[in-house]
Design a protein around this ligand. Structure first.
Ligand code: AAT
Length: 310
């Protein structure tokens, strides 16, 4: 914080830093995994920051949460079982809950402090946790699975057991990876072993959507995600993007992939949301619609050259 402004400084976007004017710092804490801060900004409402990086603001969270959720869920008929990884603020859960076909929503978030802080300061986002279909699992999704697979010490497995029991192979229709940037606890969520576990958890023809950074800033990271995903997901592999003014460079992308099985054409959504079926307590959608769904897969030429032929 420099003279009442928050500047988002990180080696992931050297030489630039977006700033927001701070009205009041509302929370500052340190969890086992990261520094957690909430402040009231003068132009974007309340802001959630982890390790100095903006995770969401009240004003533009709709663009990210609606797109990362509805791009996968509107691309397949009748999604029933959904797994969310990360997303401890509850916003993706809120969006998943708009789908009446969904019967079960598991979420595995590493950091309980994110959940608690969101419930306290972002009730319109954390409302996602109120849906009775949601089961919350606190823990690191990767080590949870990996340690259990390797049958390591039962003590280490305690956290993961409940989650694994409910997560047998090949059952999820969709996995949504709402993860922070690959510096810090989310690093493993960008690596190949993780994608392989996701593919195992999905049913044939199941879909995954992951936070996949910015074409202006992270072409190298995106290329490596595309390579990993192409080797792992034998259905289709696509990059989509949207605008989020408070994320670095003002945009963010997603990888949309499907496993081998019934083919998924992500660019032509087959499962539009029926607005009439919304729970009354959740506000209407602000950003997503079927036109923007299809448009989000159009890439600027410089990005298309690097990403599409892979
Ligand atoms: N929906 C808000 C946007 C986010 S939140 C990312 C979440 O991922 C955080 O709650 C963080 O605690 C959680 N997380 C990080 N690592 C792991 C892990 N290994 N397992 C489970 N959850 C994890 C993303 C913002 C993107 C910012 C772009 N610059």
């Amino acid at each position: 914080l420099i003279q009442g402004w928050f500047s988002e400084i990180s080696p992931m976007w050297p030489g630039e830093a977006h700033s927001l004017k701070v009205e009041k710092v509302l929370f500052q804490g340190k969890s086992d995994y990261q520094n957690v801060m909430v402040f009231q900004s003068s132009s974007y409402g309340k802001v959630l920051v982890l390790d100095g990086v903006i995770q969401l603001t009240e004003r533009d969270e709709c663009a990210y949460q609606e797109m990362i959720t509805h791009l996968p869920l509107c691309s397949i008929p009748n999604p029933k079982k959904v797994l969310v990884i990360g997303g401890g603020d509850g916003g993706v859960l809120r969006e998943v809950s708009r789908h009446s076909s969904v019967e079960k929503i598991d979420i595995c978030e590493i950091d309980k402090m994110v959940v608690d802080v969101s419930k306290q300061f972002f009730p319109d986002v954390a409302i996602g946790f109120d849906d009775p279909r949601v089961s919350l699992h606190i823990g690191d999704v990767f080590y949870t699975w990996e340690l259990s697979y390797l049958m390591l010490a039962p003590l280490l497995m305690v956290l993961g057991v409940a989650f694994l029991k409910e997560a047998p192979e090949g059952t999820y229709d969709a996995v949504i990876v709402d993860s922070s940037d690959p510096i810090g606890p989310a690093q493993e969520l960008f690596e190949k072993p993780f994608f392989e576990l996701v593919a195992k958890a999905l049913r044939p023809g199941g879909v995954v959507s992951t936070q996949a950074e910015s074409i202006w800033l992270h072409m190298d990271i995106i290329e490596s995600i595309v390579t990993n995903c192409s080797q792992t997901f034998k259905g289709s592999v696509n990059y989509a993007w949207t605008t989020v003014p408070t994320y670095p460079s003002g945009i963010i992308g997603f990888m949309l992939c499907s496993t081998e099985g019934p083919p998924v054409d992500f660019k032509h959504p087959v499962n539009p949301i029926d607005e009439k079926e919304f729970q009354k307590s959740v506000r209407p959608m602000k950003f997503y619609n079927s036109e923007i769904h299809t448009a989000s897969f159009c890439l600027p030429s410089f990005a298309r050259r690097k990403l599409v032929s892979k």
